[in-house]
Design a protein around this ligand. Structure first.
Ligand code: 3HC
Length: 715
């Protein structure tokens, strides 16, 4: 490469931004933040970038082109430094950061020669905004390359010109989709949408960028479709109206960043890029200070920290996992085999008692992979390769090669005992037995084991390929190595694991059950089904509790409830409706009817359910009151779980609730939400509900103590 053979550093070598020149008149701008594995944009680099731009402007007559590239092996720029944003104390301060970024990128864009970004690895947020200020973009076709403006997921909008440049580059409709969802594009998709100009193998990235930069600036033409969809005022009005409607349906007004994105993009298209950027920076400042953004940023910090944790004590090394076996080819077994083969890249054997079970798991995998093939995420050859990673059988052949066996058979203790014993007989003495039970105590399952130290709970959520959480549940005799091994395996499967205690319901179901029961009690009090579901959707949950009961299955609820009630007491007593519903064949979606009717898709409420339960539905309480009533049961139980050591930290409890249940992310999880309300207020609210609905709302000891001492869960 020219840049490597003839370099002349004019900015100090230790700086994050360094310039060098080739003999052919090409300048190279390398981004390499010292001491960090990931490039991020920080305010502290302003002077360096200023000197680099001064130099480029001064030498503009000699320079024939510029390539901007990363000095890191696996990333371009992951955006502005989120820690820096979190440290802002006023909206003005954050606005200034955005303005500073905008001004630098404007100077880059104004350079008279062709500026090309050469991208490999994550190019996100401010990183993509930097690339958008370049005149052209080339990226590698590697799986590591991802381009996107994920700011909305942090409760922000792109603050360095992204809301202005992207719509002008790829059209309004596509850019709204990217900015409102924060989705990260793979290289090929980015090329298809026109976010990048070329998509090439990594080995020739810099060469292609060099050749392109020397060619001179491109003249960009817009298609008629782009013009019709947003380039003219009428088309634009339509696109924005539709996008706003869709956004409100999704956010229910809980995510101010989404509304701001729509306003700022529209404003910029009406009033031009200069005024648009001003508005963008102003909103950026406001949003950085919002509680929604603070909560969403806390999720980023929590998950980043969790990626490094082993789940076990210092110095405990996980065992190497090369092969996995799954017992049971049902919905869960199918999903677990899928994430093991296609995410973790490990060969997996599915064992079932019947060929039908194996076929089911295979079909489940094929369906998911074929969906990816149709969307061109994988090729036909890749699909075949991944299918070959999964094999099935009705016997234990090959189990001696499995490092971990994950059982996902029916929830029946004697059957689980049989599984433990059969696995111990057919697998190796060091094979881990992980049970995907959702309701049976792990110590009881392990009681049948000869090697209980290798038995651990590994609770996945349905549908496994979509739900990001896994609960890892050691019983008293599980070895730390076993825990570390399954934590690592779950991460490879693309999951965020939390280690929780072996108590009834573990964490997620334990906080979910009283919330669901409360929704059922509201229904039995005569509140209409849609009113209850809507109340909790407005609160920020992704599905309403009655719909959730239909999804999970009324029969499943009926099975778990008595276990929780026996182990944890009366507050878990579920309303006496399960039997009536089950006798009427209402298991939920899987039987075509529950509280709603289904024929493939969800139809309306099945009104005959009211008659069955002898109810005359009528709205009595407001949606807000219903939501608080149900949420309080969850909050109180979450605090109890922390007190009893079911979760190790408020952070784990928040991530568990958000990733396992969909607790509103903009509230940051039950513990952050309680901190926002204040323990004193939570206790007050609980007491008000004791008066209205009974003792199940009695605040737990931990909350009472915290209210008295004015404590918070987080510092
Ligand atoms: C003005 C602008 O419009 C505003 C912005 O740009 S806001 C920022 C927008 N960017 C983002 O949201 C991207 C956030 N980062 C990510 O999603 C992921 O880190 C990633 C996809 C880039 C990489 O994921 P992965 O390979 O699993 O690495 P991950 O462990 O997450 O990160 C590696 C390190 O980079 C850090 N990092 C990544 N992106 C960061 C960012 N934007 N700010 C600060 N640190 C960041 C992580 O904290 C971690 O640091 P550590 O090793 O010291 O703990």
């Amino acid at each position: 490469m020219t840049e490597q053979t003839n370099t002349e550093h004019t900015v100090e070598p230790q700086s994050a931004f360094s310039l060098s020149y080739g003999e052919n008149g090409l300048a190279w701008l390398k981004i390499d933040v010292p001491g960090e594995k990931m490039n991020t944009l920080q305010a502290a680099f302003a002077t360096q970038v200023g000197s680099v731009l001064d130099e480029l402007e001064a030498k503009k007559a000699e320079i024939k082109g510029l390539v901007v590239y990363s000095g890191k092996p696996d990333n371009f720029v992951a955006g502005a430094d989120i820690r820096m944003l979190a440290a802002c104390t006023t909206a003005k301060e954050a606005e200034q950061l955005a303005t500073q970024g905008q001004q630098m990128f404007q100077r880059l864009e104004a350079l008279p020669f062709h500026v090309v970004a050469a991208i490999h690895g994550p190019c996100l947020g401010g990183g993509l905004e930097l690339a958008l200020a370049c005149h052209s973009r080339v990226c590698t076709d590697s799986d590591a390359t991802k381009l996107g403006l994920p700011e909305v997921q942090l409760g922000l909008l792109p603050g360095s010109g992204g809301t202005q440049r992207l719509p002008r580059l790829i059209g309004v409709a596509n850019s709204l989709d990217m900015i409102l969802t924060g989705k990260q594009l793979r290289a090929k998709k980015a090329k298809k949408l026109g976010v990048v100009d070329e998509c090439v193998p990594e080995s020739i990235l810099l060469k292609v960028a060099e050749t392109l930069a020397l060619k001179g600036k491109p003249v960009r033409k817009h298609s008629f479709q782009d013009w019709a969809m947003g380039g003219n005022p009428v088309g634009r009005g339509l696109v924005f109206d539709q996008a706003r409607k869709k956004t409100r349906e999704k956010t229910r007004g809980n995510y101010p960043a989404a509304e701001a994105i729509l306003d700022v993009i529209k404003y910029g298209l009406q009033h031009g890029i200069v005024k648009g950027q001003k508005e963008e920076a102003r909103w950026f400042g406001e949003l950085v200070m919002s509680s929604e953004s603070a909560s969403l940023r806390s999720i980023f910090f929590a998950t980043t920290a969790m990626k490094k944790e082993t789940g076990a004590g210092d110095g405990i090394k996980p065992a190497e996992v090369k092969r996995v076996a799954v017992l049971g080819g049902g919905l869960m077994g199918g999903g677990i085999s899928h994430v093991t083969a296609s995410k973790a890249g490990l060969p997996v054997k599915v064992k079932d008692i019947a060929n039908d079970g194996i076929l089911n798991a295979m079909a489940y995998n094929f369906k998911l992979l074929d969906k990816k093939r149709k969307r061109k995420i994988i090729s036909k050859a890749e699909l075949q390769k991944q299918m070959l990673m999964i094999n099935g059988g009705v016997d234990y052949q090959g189990f001696d090669k499995a490092d971990v066996v994950i059982e996902a058979v029916f929830e029946d203790l004697s059957l689980k005992h049989q599984m433990v014993q059969e696995v111990e007989a057919h697998a190796r003495p060091d094979t881990i037995f992980a049970t995907n039970t959702s309701s049976l105590p792990i110590n009881q399952i392990a009681s049948a084991a000869e090697r209980p130290e290798l038995v651990v709970g590994l609770h996945y959520f349905s549908p496994v390929e979509k739900m990001p959480l896994v609960e890892v549940i050691p019983h008293a005799g599980t070895s730390e190595r076993t825990v570390a091994t399954v934590v690592k395996l779950a991460k490879k499967q693309g999951k965020t694991p939390i280690v929780v205690a072996d108590k009834a319901g573990f964490y997620v179901n334990r906080i979910l059950a009283p919330y669901m029961n409360e929704a059922a009690l509201a229904l039995l009090g005569g509140e209409p089904i849609e009113h209850i579901d809507n109340a909790l959707l407005d609160f920020g949950f992704p599905v309403g509790p009655i719909t959730l009961l239909d999804e999970v299955g009324v029969d499943v609820g009926a099975k778990i409830s008595p276990i929780l009630e026996t182990e944890l007491g009366d507050r878990f007593k579920s309303p006496d409706v399960f039997d009536i519903l089950l006798k009427d064949g209402r298991k939920g979606r899987k039987t075509g009817k529950g509280f709603y009717l289904y024929n493939g898709k969800k139809k309306g409420v099945d009104k005959s359910v009211y008659k069955l339960l002898k109810l005359n539905p009528a709205r009595k309480a407001s949606g807000h009151d219903i939501a608080i009533r149900c949420a309080l049961m969850m909050l109180n139980e979450a605090a109890r779980c922390l007190d009893e050591g079911v979760v190790h930290s408020a952070r784990d409890g928040d991530i568990g609730a958000i990733f396992g249940i969909g607790f509103p992310p903009f509230l940051g999880g039950p513990f952050r939400y309680m901190d926002q309300l204040g323990a004193k207020r939570v206790v007050e609210l609980l007491n008000e509900h004791v008066n209205k609905y009974g003792d199940r709302f009695l605040p737990c000891e931990r909350l009472l103590q915290m209210a008295q001492d004015e404590q918070r869960f987080y510092d």
